[in-house]
Ligand binder design. Structure first.
Ligand code: ARG
Length: 457
């Protein structure tokens, strides 16, 4: 097919160069954004008397037909076309004749492609946000079910203090809420229209950029035409937000993997979200969680790829920028897949609360509470800390836990100890007394759950 841009050259390029140059294989997914952008453009051209209303009507009807036909499958996208913009314009002109050639007045593919990606990614952000909300709901529901299930909380992966599984899960709900917020923030800056910037310098036609921006649901327009066609910050910002989201999913995955191991056995993933081994009959592998952890690297790579492509590009448009799409599309697709598998994987997991409790009973995770007991009786914290530590050492020597030491032993360390100490170092007490805001008590966790549900509304 002859190139629409044949003119200075005859438009005949080598097959290998043509294939190399083509972006249709990946930008075809923006067909509806491209067509809707063109409809708004045609309407603006008529409103500004740049073309006649009759011409605009013909263009819009033609574009509508193309959209319907692509959607129904009646019009397959020609994979030998240069890109989606050229394909649509070419089909339009074939279908409605010469008037189709008027569509590209006061426009360039540079502002057109910038518009299409913004429109496309705005829709993707909406979809990803919905998926994050579904995951937060699954996490929060699970946290509610296990609001009082005691487990060891860790620092340095060493047992530290008793917490509840509900409390631990709610930490992830909070991270995911921030991810939602970051995406909303990213969308705010993405929601500025570049159409009308044209090739780079604006246009001599009396266009109305705000008319188009409004028609396409933007909050405003890019204020500098060079910037409008060169800016891909919104892609980098989106991929940064998605990378941080993937950090959260990856950390969560890592814990699910650890917790599913025989060494922990804190949780059981549903069979539906695990796999077996081709050789070892006993295996039940947490492949979904491992893949999410693995795909995190891929999303970081997408971000790094684009940043590296943009670095050092002179203004305004350069063909390098065509490389923006594959990375941002891959990041978006990967994140959506991960979220889609993660929510049901969380919803269907069960906790082995006995094992969690058993793990909490060893490791002296109530030693802080023992020190706090003495502090409440008037001892300075540092001195109390020392006594509690010495008692832990004694327990380790004698193979006991703090609960098993007799009162006389305690009294030998401090006269402040009394029989009520056993109540204070009971794990349930340790958890339920942590009523500070955000703490691990059942009441506090329920408050966190209510907070998250309120925000989601
Ligand atoms: N396929 C191109 C891209 O994705 C469209 C813009 C082409 N502009 C140009 N001046 N060649 O970036």
């Amino acid at each position: 097919m002859a190139k629409l841009w044949a003119g200075r050259t005859d438009g005949q390029i080598e097959q290998i160069a043509d294939d190399f140059n083509s972006s249709i294989s990946f930008d075809c997914r923006m067909y509806s954004q491209d067509i809707k952008g063109s409809m708004a453009h045609a309407a603006m051209l008529a409103a500004q008397n740049i073309i006649s209303q009759a011409d605009a009507d013909a263009l819009i009807a033609g574009l509508e037909g193309i959209l319907t036909d692509i959607e129904s499958g009646a019009l397959p996208i020609d994979q030998t076309a240069e890109d989606i913009h050229m394909f649509v314009e070419q089909v339009l002109t074939q279908r409605i004749g010469d008037v189709g050639k008027k569509l590209h007045t006061a426009r360039s593919r540079n502002d057109q492609v910038a518009l299409d990606i913004r429109l496309y990614l705005k829709d993707e952000i909406t979809e990803i946000s919905q998926l994050i909300k579904a995951l937060i709901t699954a996490v929060t529901d699970k946290a509610e079910a296990y609001a009082d299930a005691i487990m060891p909380g860790y620092t340095h992966l060493q047992r530290a203090q008793p917490i509840t599984f509900g409390h631990h899960l709610m930490a992830y709900a909070m991270m995911l809420l921030r991810d939602l917020d970051r995406l909303a923030d990213c969308k705010k800056r993405m929601n500025m229209s570049p159409i009308g910037c044209c090739a780079l310098a604006g246009t001599t036609y009396p266009t109305d950029r705000n008319f188009e921006a409004e028609k396409l649901g933007f909050d405003g327009i890019c204020q500098n035409s060079l910037d409008g066609v060169s800016d891909r910050d919104f892609c980098a910002e989106l991929m940064s937000a998605l990378s941080i989201l993937m950090v959260h999913l990856s950390r969560f995955s890592e814990e699910l993997i650890l917790w599913s191991s025989w060494e922990f056995k804190f949780i059981e993933l549903s069979d539906a979200y695990t796999t077996g081994s081709s050789i070892m009959p006993q295996k039940k592998n947490p492949d979904m969680a491992e893949l999410v952890r693995g795909k995190t690297g891929r999303v970081f790579g997408d971000l790094m790829g684009l940043l590296t492509t943009l670095k050092g590009l002179p203004l305004a448009y350069n063909k390098d920028m065509q490389e923006d799409k594959e990375s941002v599309f891959d990041a978006v697709d990967t994140v959506k897949m991960c979220l889609k598998v993660f929510a049901p994987m969380i919803a269907t997991l069960t906790a082995n609360t006995q094992n969690m409790k058993r793990a909490a009973q060893t490791g002296f995770i109530n030693a802080t509470d023992l020190a706090d007991y003495l502090v409440k009786k008037g001892m300075p914290f540092r001195s109390a800390y020392k006594i509690s530590g010495s008692l832990v050492a004694l327990c380790i020597q004698s193979g006991k836990v703090l609960e098993e030491l007799p009162l006389e032993t305690y009294k030998a360390y401090s006269e402040l100890f009394d029989a009520d100490l056993y109540q204070d170092i009971d794990l349930v007490t340790c958890v339920e007394k942590r009523i500070s805001e955000g703490g691990t008590s059942t009441a506090s966790v329920k408050k966190q759950i209510a907070y998250v549900r309120q925000v989601l509304k």
